[in-house]
Design a protein around this ligand. Structure first.
Ligand code: AMP
Length: 249
């Protein structure tokens, strides 16, 4: 079974991004970029499934600018066998990415696609669900445990009320939640090995996909500054304030 793992190059989670002065977006010039943390978890899960004998090949995919190749090399250093970059300088929105991934699903016929539940730059939480709809495949989102056996995936999902375990038939789409696993450290020998693994370059037109953005960002602004706190003399005053001023209880 092949596993396809889409990995997005995003601003590193340690970077505090600044809104551009003209309000058109955030300034990402000269900031550190890394693999989306949920996608690292997805690659790790795919590697664990391969180590258990449930998968035979892991293909990492990224859609975006040329430097996404670095993200793909990281995925291969964790353990992906090969990589595909769908190269474009166009701003990619989740629907466009889902369409590109659908075309790759048709081409590669993976038994499982493991995506992150969301990208930490746009926080969309849409691509996996859109891909499942476009490819007409079962989906299990927000996975905290994945077991593959007998043509099915048993997935424990993190839902509002606790945990939900479902069984879906393969091929299927899974999106990762934070507690699924802790990705391994990438070792230097594996970074060296990853440099020799195959990386295929495609363009959206090669997959017959129009990636023109459908949504227009009108304005991006900083969240309002938090006001100073106050000290309350006792619990009764705190409760009164929560009830009458904050109106949260
Ligand atoms: P989003 O719907 O944008 O929050 O992204 C959810 C997941 O879709 C990510 O964690 C990735 O696994 C995948 N994804 C989104 N954008 C891309 C991209 N440009 N290239 C590869 N994978 C992506």
């Amino acid at each position: 079974m092949k596993i396809l793992v889409p990995v997005k190059r995003v601003v590193d989670y340690n970077v505090k991004v600044r809104v551009k002065s003209d309000g058109t977006g955030v300034d990402i010039a000269n900031v550190k970029m890394s693999m989306n943390p949920f996608d690292e978890i997805a690659v790790e899960e795919a590697v664990r499934l391969k180590e258990k004998g449930a998968a035979t090949e892991i293909i990492a995919v990224s859609c975006g600018v040329t430097p996404c190749q670095e993200t793909l090399r990281t995925a291969m250093a964790i353990g992906a066998d090969r990589a595909i970059l769908v190269e474009t300088t166009e701003e990619l929105q989740p629907l466009a990415v889902a369409k590109l991934l659908k075309a790759l699903v048709d081409k590669e016929q993976p038994g499982l696609v493991i995506l992150g539940k969301q990208a930490i730059d746009d926080d969309c939480n849409q691509t996996g669900q859109m891909l499942a709809a476009l490819a007409d495949l079962p989906q299990a989102t927000f996975a905290s445990k994945v077991e593959v056996a007998d043509g099915c995936a048993k997935v424990t999902r993190e839902v509002d009320g606790g945990l939900e375990t479902i069984s879906i038939s393969l091929p299927a789409i899974v999106t990762t939640d934070l507690r699924l696993n802790e990705p391994r450290y990438v070792t230097l020998p594996n970074i060296m090995k990853a440099k020799k693994k195959p990386l295929e370059l495609l363009k959206p037109v090669d997959l017959g996909v129009d990636v023109t953005p459908r949504l227009k960002t009108l304005k991006v602004s900083e969240p309002p500054k938090r006001g100073a706190g106050v000290k309350v003399p006792d619990a009764a005053t705190l409760v009164a304030k929560l009830k009458n001023e904050a109106k949260v209880i």
